[in-house]
Design a protein around this ligand. Structure first.
Ligand code: URA
Length: 465
Protein backbone atom coordinates (compact mmCIF):
# COMPACT_ATOMS: atom_id res chain seq x y z
CA UNK A 1 0.00 0.00 0.00
CA UNK A 2 1.09 3.53 -0.79
CA UNK A 3 -0.09 6.51 1.16
CA UNK A 4 -0.26 9.78 -0.79
CA UNK A 5 -0.48 12.70 1.62
CA UNK A 6 -1.94 15.95 0.38
CA UNK A 7 -1.73 19.36 2.01
CA UNK A 8 -5.45 19.87 2.18
CA UNK A 9 -8.78 18.86 0.70
CA UNK A 10 -8.27 21.09 -2.38
CA UNK A 11 -4.55 20.37 -2.93
CA UNK A 12 -4.61 19.82 -6.67
CA UNK A 13 -0.85 20.36 -7.13
CA UNK A 14 -0.07 17.77 -4.47
CA UNK A 15 -2.48 15.30 -6.05
CA UNK A 16 -1.07 15.92 -9.54
CA UNK A 17 2.57 15.38 -8.45
CA UNK A 18 1.77 12.20 -6.53
CA UNK A 19 -0.54 10.91 -9.26
CA UNK A 20 2.06 11.48 -11.97
CA UNK A 21 4.78 9.61 -10.03
CA UNK A 22 2.42 6.75 -9.13
CA UNK A 23 1.10 6.39 -12.68
CA UNK A 24 4.59 6.34 -14.15
CA UNK A 25 5.56 3.66 -11.63
CA UNK A 26 2.52 1.65 -12.74
CA UNK A 27 0.90 1.56 -9.28
CA UNK A 28 -2.69 0.30 -9.44
CA UNK A 29 -5.46 2.56 -8.10
CA UNK A 30 -6.42 -0.06 -5.51
CA UNK A 31 -2.94 0.09 -3.95
CA UNK A 32 -3.08 3.76 -2.97
CA UNK A 33 -4.58 5.48 0.04
CA UNK A 34 -5.17 9.18 -0.51
CA UNK A 35 -5.02 11.29 2.61
CA UNK A 36 -5.82 14.99 2.67
CA UNK A 37 -4.28 16.64 5.77
CA UNK A 38 -2.93 15.03 8.89
CA UNK A 39 -5.77 12.61 9.65
CA UNK A 40 -5.15 8.99 10.56
CA UNK A 41 -6.07 7.79 7.05
CA UNK A 42 -6.39 4.06 6.47
CA UNK A 43 -5.20 2.27 9.62
CA UNK A 44 -4.19 -0.79 7.61
CA UNK A 45 -2.06 1.02 5.09
CA UNK A 46 1.62 0.40 5.69
CA UNK A 47 3.62 3.37 4.49
CA UNK A 48 5.54 2.39 1.37
CA UNK A 49 7.71 5.28 0.22
CA UNK A 50 6.10 6.97 -2.74
CA UNK A 51 7.89 6.44 -6.05
CA UNK A 52 9.99 9.41 -7.14
CA UNK A 53 8.66 11.09 -10.27
CA UNK A 54 10.88 10.30 -13.22
CA UNK A 55 11.55 12.67 -16.07
CA UNK A 56 9.58 10.45 -18.44
CA UNK A 57 7.18 12.39 -20.63
CA UNK A 58 3.55 11.94 -19.70
CA UNK A 59 0.93 14.25 -21.02
CA UNK A 60 -2.82 14.20 -20.61
CA UNK A 61 -5.49 16.17 -22.47
CA UNK A 62 -5.95 19.74 -21.23
CA UNK A 63 -9.63 18.91 -20.74
CA UNK A 64 -8.68 16.32 -18.13
CA UNK A 65 -6.57 18.81 -16.19
CA UNK A 66 -9.47 21.28 -16.13
CA UNK A 67 -11.91 18.55 -15.11
CA UNK A 68 -9.60 17.28 -12.35
CA UNK A 69 -8.90 20.79 -10.99
CA UNK A 70 -12.63 21.23 -10.52
CA UNK A 71 -13.69 17.73 -9.43
CA UNK A 72 -10.99 17.61 -6.76
CA UNK A 73 -12.85 20.34 -4.87
CA UNK A 74 -15.81 18.01 -4.30
CA UNK A 75 -16.45 16.79 -0.78
CA UNK A 76 -16.66 13.13 -1.88
CA UNK A 77 -13.80 11.29 -0.09
CA UNK A 78 -13.35 9.06 -3.14
CA UNK A 79 -12.53 11.90 -5.51
CA UNK A 80 -8.72 11.51 -5.41
CA UNK A 81 -8.97 7.78 -6.14
CA UNK A 82 -11.52 8.30 -8.92
CA UNK A 83 -9.36 10.89 -10.60
CA UNK A 84 -6.34 8.65 -10.28
CA UNK A 85 -8.23 5.76 -11.87
CA UNK A 86 -9.26 8.04 -14.74
CA UNK A 87 -5.72 9.33 -15.15
CA UNK A 88 -4.28 5.80 -15.29
CA UNK A 89 -6.80 4.93 -17.96
CA UNK A 90 -6.05 8.05 -20.00
CA UNK A 91 -2.41 7.16 -20.09
CA UNK A 92 -3.20 4.05 -22.11
CA UNK A 93 -6.26 5.36 -23.92
CA UNK A 94 -6.08 9.15 -24.24
CA UNK A 95 -9.46 9.29 -26.02
CA UNK A 96 -11.38 7.66 -23.17
CA UNK A 97 -12.35 11.06 -21.76
CA UNK A 98 -14.54 11.51 -24.80
CA UNK A 99 -16.62 8.48 -23.90
CA UNK A 100 -19.47 10.22 -22.10
CA UNK A 101 -21.22 6.89 -21.49
CA UNK A 102 -18.31 5.54 -19.47
CA UNK A 103 -19.41 5.34 -15.80
CA UNK A 104 -16.09 6.64 -14.46
CA UNK A 105 -16.06 9.63 -16.81
CA UNK A 106 -19.68 10.34 -15.90
CA UNK A 107 -19.02 10.09 -12.19
CA UNK A 108 -16.05 12.49 -12.35
CA UNK A 109 -18.03 14.88 -14.55
CA UNK A 110 -20.90 14.87 -12.10
CA UNK A 111 -18.49 15.79 -9.30
CA UNK A 112 -17.16 18.67 -11.39
CA UNK A 113 -20.69 19.80 -12.21
CA UNK A 114 -21.67 19.92 -8.55
CA UNK A 115 -18.54 21.92 -7.78
CA UNK A 116 -19.20 24.41 -10.57
CA UNK A 117 -22.72 24.87 -9.31
CA UNK A 118 -21.48 25.45 -5.77
CA UNK A 119 -18.93 28.00 -7.02
CA UNK A 120 -21.67 29.79 -8.86
CA UNK A 121 -23.88 29.79 -5.76
CA UNK A 122 -21.09 31.33 -3.71
CA UNK A 123 -20.60 34.07 -6.29
CA UNK A 124 -24.30 34.77 -6.43
CA UNK A 125 -25.23 34.46 -2.77
CA UNK A 126 -22.37 35.96 -0.78
CA UNK A 127 -23.75 39.11 0.86
CA UNK A 128 -21.38 41.48 2.60
CA UNK A 129 -22.32 43.38 5.73
CA UNK A 130 -20.50 46.61 6.37
CA UNK A 131 -18.37 47.15 9.49
CA UNK A 132 -16.00 49.97 10.30
CA UNK A 133 -12.60 49.85 11.93
CA UNK A 134 -9.74 52.34 12.35
CA UNK A 135 -8.84 52.04 8.67
CA UNK A 136 -12.38 52.67 7.42
CA UNK A 137 -15.13 50.41 6.09
CA UNK A 138 -14.67 46.67 6.00
CA UNK A 139 -17.13 44.15 4.57
CA UNK A 140 -17.75 40.74 6.08
CA UNK A 141 -19.81 37.87 4.70
CA UNK A 142 -20.74 34.45 6.00
CA UNK A 143 -21.12 31.56 3.57
CA UNK A 144 -21.51 27.77 3.89
CA UNK A 145 -20.28 26.04 0.74
CA UNK A 146 -21.09 22.43 -0.02
CA UNK A 147 -17.60 21.70 -1.34
CA UNK A 148 -14.00 22.87 -0.89
CA UNK A 149 -14.40 25.83 -3.22
CA UNK A 150 -13.42 28.84 -1.12
CA UNK A 151 -9.77 29.08 -2.12
CA UNK A 152 -10.59 28.39 -5.78
CA UNK A 153 -13.26 31.09 -5.76
CA UNK A 154 -11.14 33.72 -3.99
CA UNK A 155 -9.78 35.20 -7.25
CA UNK A 156 -13.31 36.04 -8.37
CA UNK A 157 -14.00 38.08 -5.23
CA UNK A 158 -10.60 39.77 -5.42
CA UNK A 159 -11.28 40.90 -8.99
CA UNK A 160 -14.86 41.82 -8.28
CA UNK A 161 -14.28 43.74 -5.04
CA UNK A 162 -10.68 44.79 -5.62
CA UNK A 163 -10.97 48.19 -3.99
CA UNK A 164 -12.82 47.07 -0.86
CA UNK A 165 -11.46 45.47 2.30
CA UNK A 166 -13.42 42.32 2.89
CA UNK A 167 -13.53 38.93 4.60
CA UNK A 168 -15.52 35.85 3.69
CA UNK A 169 -16.00 33.55 6.64
CA UNK A 170 -16.86 29.89 6.10
CA UNK A 171 -16.82 26.89 8.44
CA UNK A 172 -13.52 25.52 7.09
CA UNK A 173 -11.58 28.54 6.02
CA UNK A 174 -11.73 32.33 6.06
CA UNK A 175 -10.29 34.56 3.38
CA UNK A 176 -9.41 38.21 3.84
CA UNK A 177 -8.57 40.89 1.29
CA UNK A 178 -7.01 44.15 2.46
CA UNK A 179 -6.95 45.86 -0.94
CA UNK A 180 -3.45 44.47 -1.70
CA UNK A 181 -3.09 40.93 -0.52
CA UNK A 182 -5.22 37.92 0.13
CA UNK A 183 -4.68 36.04 3.38
CA UNK A 184 -6.26 32.96 4.88
CA UNK A 185 -7.43 32.24 8.37
CA UNK A 186 -9.14 29.39 10.19
CA UNK A 187 -12.80 28.52 9.77
CA UNK A 188 -15.45 30.53 11.60
CA UNK A 189 -19.04 30.29 12.74
CA UNK A 190 -22.08 32.26 11.71
CA UNK A 191 -21.88 34.19 15.00
CA UNK A 192 -18.51 35.64 13.91
CA UNK A 193 -20.23 37.46 11.05
CA UNK A 194 -22.33 40.58 11.60
CA UNK A 195 -26.11 40.61 11.10
CA UNK A 196 -28.21 43.14 9.22
CA UNK A 197 -27.01 46.49 8.00
CA UNK A 198 -28.00 49.25 5.56
CA UNK A 199 -26.35 47.56 2.53
CA UNK A 200 -29.30 45.20 2.72
CA UNK A 201 -31.68 47.89 1.59
CA UNK A 202 -29.96 47.99 -1.79
CA UNK A 203 -30.37 44.24 -2.26
CA UNK A 204 -33.95 44.36 -1.11
CA UNK A 205 -34.73 47.23 -3.47
CA UNK A 206 -33.04 45.40 -6.32
CA UNK A 207 -34.84 42.14 -5.70
CA UNK A 208 -38.24 43.75 -5.30
CA UNK A 209 -37.70 45.66 -8.54
CA UNK A 210 -36.77 42.62 -10.62
CA UNK A 211 -39.39 40.33 -9.11
CA UNK A 212 -42.02 39.69 -11.75
CA UNK A 213 -45.11 38.01 -10.32
CA UNK A 214 -46.16 36.84 -13.79
CA UNK A 215 -42.99 34.78 -14.00
CA UNK A 216 -43.26 33.15 -10.59
CA UNK A 217 -42.07 29.54 -10.67
CA UNK A 218 -41.55 28.46 -7.10
CA UNK A 219 -39.81 25.15 -8.01
CA UNK A 220 -37.29 26.84 -10.28
CA UNK A 221 -36.71 29.55 -7.72
CA UNK A 222 -35.95 27.02 -5.01
CA UNK A 223 -33.52 25.15 -7.21
CA UNK A 224 -31.71 28.37 -8.15
CA UNK A 225 -31.76 29.82 -4.67
CA UNK A 226 -32.02 26.90 -2.21
CA UNK A 227 -33.51 27.69 1.19
CA UNK A 228 -30.14 26.99 2.80
CA UNK A 229 -28.87 30.36 1.51
CA UNK A 230 -31.91 32.37 2.48
CA UNK A 231 -30.58 33.15 5.96
CA UNK A 232 -27.69 35.10 4.43
CA UNK A 233 -29.72 36.93 1.82
CA UNK A 234 -31.40 40.12 2.95
CA UNK A 235 -33.72 40.00 -0.05
CA UNK A 236 -34.92 36.50 0.90
CA UNK A 237 -36.94 38.08 3.71
CA UNK A 238 -39.16 39.48 0.95
CA UNK A 239 -39.81 36.14 -0.76
CA UNK A 240 -42.78 34.85 1.28
CA UNK A 241 -44.48 38.23 1.02
CA UNK A 242 -43.80 38.60 -2.72
CA UNK A 243 -44.92 35.05 -3.42
CA UNK A 244 -48.08 35.47 -1.35
CA UNK A 245 -48.93 38.69 -3.20
CA UNK A 246 -47.97 37.35 -6.63
CA UNK A 247 -51.45 36.43 -7.80
CA UNK A 248 -52.91 39.74 -6.80
CA UNK A 249 -50.00 41.63 -8.34
CA UNK A 250 -50.20 39.61 -11.54
CA UNK A 251 -53.89 40.39 -11.91
CA UNK A 252 -53.15 44.05 -11.29
CA UNK A 253 -50.33 44.00 -13.85
CA UNK A 254 -52.61 42.58 -16.50
CA UNK A 255 -55.29 45.15 -15.75
CA UNK A 256 -52.92 48.13 -15.72
CA UNK A 257 -50.27 48.79 -18.34
CA UNK A 258 -46.85 49.45 -16.75
CA UNK A 259 -46.17 52.99 -15.57
CA UNK A 260 -42.44 53.34 -16.12
CA UNK A 261 -42.06 56.62 -14.25
CA UNK A 262 -43.37 55.13 -11.02
CA UNK A 263 -40.76 52.39 -11.09
CA UNK A 264 -37.95 54.66 -12.10
CA UNK A 265 -36.20 55.17 -8.75
CA UNK A 266 -36.12 51.51 -7.82
CA UNK A 267 -35.30 50.33 -11.29
CA UNK A 268 -32.39 52.76 -11.65
CA UNK A 269 -30.81 51.54 -8.41
CA UNK A 270 -31.44 47.96 -9.40
CA UNK A 271 -29.97 48.55 -12.86
CA UNK A 272 -26.78 50.05 -11.37
CA UNK A 273 -26.41 47.06 -9.03
CA UNK A 274 -27.01 44.70 -11.95
CA UNK A 275 -24.44 46.41 -14.17
CA UNK A 276 -21.93 46.39 -11.33
CA UNK A 277 -22.52 42.69 -10.87
CA UNK A 278 -22.15 42.01 -14.59
CA UNK A 279 -18.75 43.71 -14.57
CA UNK A 280 -17.43 40.69 -12.68
CA UNK A 281 -19.24 38.14 -14.83
CA UNK A 282 -17.51 34.79 -15.33
CA UNK A 283 -20.58 32.82 -16.36
CA UNK A 284 -18.80 31.64 -19.51
CA UNK A 285 -15.10 31.66 -20.42
CA UNK A 286 -15.35 34.68 -22.76
CA UNK A 287 -14.50 37.16 -19.99
CA UNK A 288 -10.94 35.81 -19.85
CA UNK A 289 -9.63 37.53 -22.96
CA UNK A 290 -11.58 40.77 -23.02
CA UNK A 291 -11.15 44.27 -21.66
CA UNK A 292 -14.47 44.43 -19.89
CA UNK A 293 -18.13 43.47 -19.81
CA UNK A 294 -20.05 45.72 -22.20
CA UNK A 295 -23.39 46.15 -20.51
CA UNK A 296 -26.52 47.71 -21.99
CA UNK A 297 -27.08 51.45 -21.84
CA UNK A 298 -30.00 53.84 -22.04
CA UNK A 299 -32.93 54.98 -19.91
CA UNK A 300 -34.22 52.28 -17.55
CA UNK A 301 -37.75 53.19 -18.55
CA UNK A 302 -37.09 53.19 -22.30
CA UNK A 303 -40.14 52.00 -24.28
CA UNK A 304 -37.86 50.59 -26.97
CA UNK A 305 -34.98 48.13 -26.59
CA UNK A 306 -32.50 47.01 -29.21
CA UNK A 307 -30.54 43.81 -28.73
CA UNK A 308 -27.37 43.29 -30.76
CA UNK A 309 -25.15 40.25 -30.96
CA UNK A 310 -22.05 41.03 -28.91
CA UNK A 311 -19.59 43.90 -28.51
CA UNK A 312 -16.92 44.21 -31.19
CA UNK A 313 -13.33 45.31 -30.87
CA UNK A 314 -14.14 48.99 -30.38
CA UNK A 315 -17.03 48.35 -28.01
CA UNK A 316 -14.79 46.12 -25.90
CA UNK A 317 -12.29 48.96 -25.53
CA UNK A 318 -14.88 51.69 -24.99
CA UNK A 319 -17.15 49.66 -22.69
CA UNK A 320 -20.23 50.80 -24.66
CA UNK A 321 -22.45 48.97 -27.16
CA UNK A 322 -22.61 49.91 -30.83
CA UNK A 323 -19.84 52.49 -31.13
CA UNK A 324 -17.74 50.82 -33.86
CA UNK A 325 -18.43 50.63 -37.64
CA UNK A 326 -21.71 48.70 -37.26
CA UNK A 327 -22.75 51.10 -34.50
CA UNK A 328 -22.11 54.11 -36.72
CA UNK A 329 -24.21 52.64 -39.50
CA UNK A 330 -26.90 51.85 -36.94
CA UNK A 331 -26.81 55.44 -35.61
CA UNK A 332 -27.33 56.87 -39.09
CA UNK A 333 -30.17 54.44 -39.81
CA UNK A 334 -31.87 55.37 -36.53
CA UNK A 335 -31.56 59.03 -37.33
CA UNK A 336 -33.06 58.58 -40.78
CA UNK A 337 -35.90 56.59 -39.26
CA UNK A 338 -36.61 59.37 -36.75
CA UNK A 339 -35.60 57.36 -33.67
CA UNK A 340 -33.60 59.11 -30.98
CA UNK A 341 -30.92 56.63 -29.85
CA UNK A 342 -30.72 58.35 -26.46
CA UNK A 343 -34.32 57.37 -25.73
CA UNK A 344 -33.79 53.67 -26.46
CA UNK A 345 -32.09 51.04 -24.35
CA UNK A 346 -29.34 49.33 -26.33
CA UNK A 347 -27.76 46.09 -25.29
CA UNK A 348 -26.28 42.86 -26.61
CA UNK A 349 -27.18 39.19 -26.32
CA UNK A 350 -23.61 38.41 -25.27
CA UNK A 351 -21.74 40.94 -23.19
CA UNK A 352 -18.15 39.97 -23.81
CA UNK A 353 -16.28 40.24 -27.09
CA UNK A 354 -15.72 36.79 -28.58
CA UNK A 355 -12.78 36.87 -30.91
CA UNK A 356 -9.68 35.12 -32.07
CA UNK A 357 -6.27 36.77 -32.16
CA UNK A 358 -4.44 36.97 -35.45
CA UNK A 359 -1.22 38.82 -34.91
CA UNK A 360 -2.21 42.11 -33.39
CA UNK A 361 -5.76 41.92 -34.68
CA UNK A 362 -8.75 40.57 -32.81
CA UNK A 363 -11.14 38.93 -35.24
CA UNK A 364 -14.82 38.68 -34.38
CA UNK A 365 -16.21 35.19 -33.77
CA UNK A 366 -19.90 34.40 -33.61
CA UNK A 367 -20.98 33.39 -30.12
CA UNK A 368 -22.13 29.80 -29.63
CA UNK A 369 -25.34 28.64 -27.98
CA UNK A 370 -23.77 27.98 -24.53
CA UNK A 371 -22.39 31.53 -24.44
CA UNK A 372 -25.73 33.00 -25.52
CA UNK A 373 -27.44 30.84 -22.94
CA UNK A 374 -25.06 31.84 -20.13
CA UNK A 375 -25.48 35.52 -20.98
CA UNK A 376 -29.29 35.34 -21.10
CA UNK A 377 -29.07 35.63 -17.33
CA UNK A 378 -28.19 39.33 -17.77
CA UNK A 379 -30.48 39.99 -20.71
CA UNK A 380 -33.46 38.57 -18.86
CA UNK A 381 -32.80 40.90 -15.96
CA UNK A 382 -32.35 43.89 -18.25
CA UNK A 383 -35.71 43.03 -19.82
CA UNK A 384 -37.32 42.67 -16.39
CA UNK A 385 -36.01 46.03 -15.27
CA UNK A 386 -36.58 48.10 -18.37
CA UNK A 387 -39.80 46.36 -19.44
CA UNK A 388 -39.75 47.89 -22.93
CA UNK A 389 -42.97 47.87 -24.93
CA UNK A 390 -41.09 47.01 -28.13
CA UNK A 391 -37.97 44.86 -28.35
CA UNK A 392 -35.92 44.65 -31.54
CA UNK A 393 -33.48 41.80 -32.02
CA UNK A 394 -30.76 42.66 -34.50
CA UNK A 395 -29.56 39.47 -36.14
CA UNK A 396 -29.86 35.75 -35.45
CA UNK A 397 -27.91 35.69 -32.19
CA UNK A 398 -30.11 38.37 -30.69
CA UNK A 399 -33.18 36.55 -32.03
CA UNK A 400 -32.09 33.36 -30.33
CA UNK A 401 -31.43 35.18 -27.08
CA UNK A 402 -34.81 36.88 -27.18
CA UNK A 403 -36.91 33.84 -28.12
CA UNK A 404 -34.77 31.12 -26.51
CA UNK A 405 -34.60 29.20 -29.79
CA UNK A 406 -33.06 29.47 -33.24
CA UNK A 407 -34.81 31.82 -35.66
CA UNK A 408 -34.63 32.25 -39.42
CA UNK A 409 -34.65 35.99 -39.95
CA UNK A 410 -36.22 35.87 -43.41
CA UNK A 411 -39.21 33.98 -41.95
CA UNK A 412 -39.94 36.26 -39.02
CA UNK A 413 -38.84 39.60 -40.40
CA UNK A 414 -41.34 42.37 -41.08
CA UNK A 415 -44.10 41.54 -38.59
CA UNK A 416 -44.36 41.95 -34.84
CA UNK A 417 -44.26 38.91 -32.54
CA UNK A 418 -46.26 38.73 -29.32
CA UNK A 419 -43.78 38.10 -26.53
CA UNK A 420 -44.37 36.61 -23.11
CA UNK A 421 -45.10 39.48 -20.71
CA UNK A 422 -46.95 41.53 -23.33
CA UNK A 423 -44.12 43.26 -25.21
CA UNK A 424 -43.96 43.36 -29.00
CA UNK A 425 -40.92 41.71 -30.60
CA UNK A 426 -39.28 42.47 -33.95
CA UNK A 427 -36.48 40.49 -35.47
CA UNK A 428 -34.44 41.96 -38.26
CA UNK A 429 -30.95 41.93 -39.70
CA UNK A 430 -27.86 43.05 -37.86
CA UNK A 431 -26.31 46.34 -39.05
CA UNK A 432 -23.01 44.56 -39.74
CA UNK A 433 -24.85 42.47 -42.33
CA UNK A 434 -25.51 45.70 -44.22
CA UNK A 435 -21.80 46.47 -44.14
CA UNK A 436 -21.03 43.10 -45.67
CA UNK A 437 -23.49 43.03 -48.61
CA UNK A 438 -21.02 42.93 -51.52
CA UNK A 439 -22.93 44.52 -54.35
CA UNK A 440 -23.64 48.26 -54.12
CA UNK A 441 -27.20 48.31 -55.51
CA UNK A 442 -28.28 45.49 -53.24
CA UNK A 443 -26.50 47.09 -50.33
CA UNK A 444 -28.51 50.29 -50.87
CA UNK A 445 -31.76 48.29 -51.12
CA UNK A 446 -31.06 46.34 -47.96
CA UNK A 447 -30.18 49.48 -46.10
CA UNK A 448 -33.39 51.17 -47.27
CA UNK A 449 -35.43 48.21 -46.10
CA UNK A 450 -33.75 48.32 -42.70
CA UNK A 451 -34.45 52.05 -42.30
CA UNK A 452 -38.09 51.52 -43.28
CA UNK A 453 -38.46 48.82 -40.70
CA UNK A 454 -36.97 51.07 -38.06
CA UNK A 455 -39.33 53.84 -39.11
CA UNK A 456 -42.34 51.59 -38.68
CA UNK A 457 -41.06 50.47 -35.28
CA UNK A 458 -40.52 54.09 -34.28
CA UNK A 459 -44.13 54.92 -35.27
CA UNK A 460 -45.45 52.03 -33.22
CA UNK A 461 -43.46 53.12 -30.18
CA UNK A 462 -44.96 56.62 -30.51
CA UNK A 463 -48.43 55.12 -30.70
CA UNK A 464 -47.88 53.04 -27.58
CA UNK A 465 -46.44 55.61 -25.18
N1 URA B 1 -22.31 44.53 -32.93
C1 URA B 1 -23.18 44.21 -31.94
O1 URA B 1 -23.99 43.33 -32.08
N2 URA B 1 -23.12 44.90 -30.85
C2 URA B 1 -22.26 45.88 -30.61
O2 URA B 1 -22.28 46.44 -29.55
C3 URA B 1 -21.37 46.20 -31.67
C4 URA B 1 -21.41 45.51 -32.82
Amino acid sequence: MYRARLNGPDDFDGWRDAARALTLAGIAPADIVWQDGEGAGDLFAADEPLPVASEAAFSVPRAFVELAETAILHRDPERFALLYALLSRLRDRPASLEDRADPLVRRVESLAKAVRRDMHKMRAFVRFRELADAQGPRFVAWFEPDHHIVRANAGFFVRRFASMRWSILTPELSIHWDGDALTEGPGATRRDAPGDDPVEDIWKGYYAAIFNPARLKVGAMLSEMPRKYWRNLPEAALIPELVAGAQTREAAMIATPPKPAARRGNAATAWSALREEAMGCTRCPLYRDTTQTVFGEGPVDAPLMFIGEQPGDQEDLAGRPFVGPAGQLFDRALEEAGIDRRRAYITNAVKHFKHERRGKRRIHQTPETPEIQACRWWLTQELELVRPRIIVALGATAGRALLGKAVTISRVRGAPLALEGGAQGWITVHPSYLLRVPEETRKAEERKRFVEELREIGERVKALV
